[in-house]
Design a binder for this molecule. Sequence first.
Ligand code: ZN
Length: 117
Amino acid sequence: MPQHHLSCHCGAVQLDAELDLTNLAVCNCSICGRVGAIMAFVPADQLTNIVGEDHQTDYQFASKRIHHAFCRVCGVRTFAHGPGPDGREWAMVNVRCVEGIDANTLEIARKFDGKSL
Ligand SMILES: [Zn+2]
């Protein structure tokens, strides 16, 4: 899979990740619906060259399993992370933060009904 570079709006938070842009999801839960992220799921240990984690503010709610971190300078969420069904830590990468692509041209493979959970 191709390697992609992601950044928040102000550039304080940056990272690299191999992302499958043919298997993207959106979610209608109370936070994803508001954020508007288009997500690619990857094991968290596959995120590399992470810069600016000290600029992130963590946000958790309800079961507090997922870390909905965002850049405290510009407010953009580049990725969230939390335990997956396999017990591993997974990242939900916001492909709207991938540099060099037009996220509006991407196909959404899955619409996750998080609102019903
Ligand atoms: Zn930022």
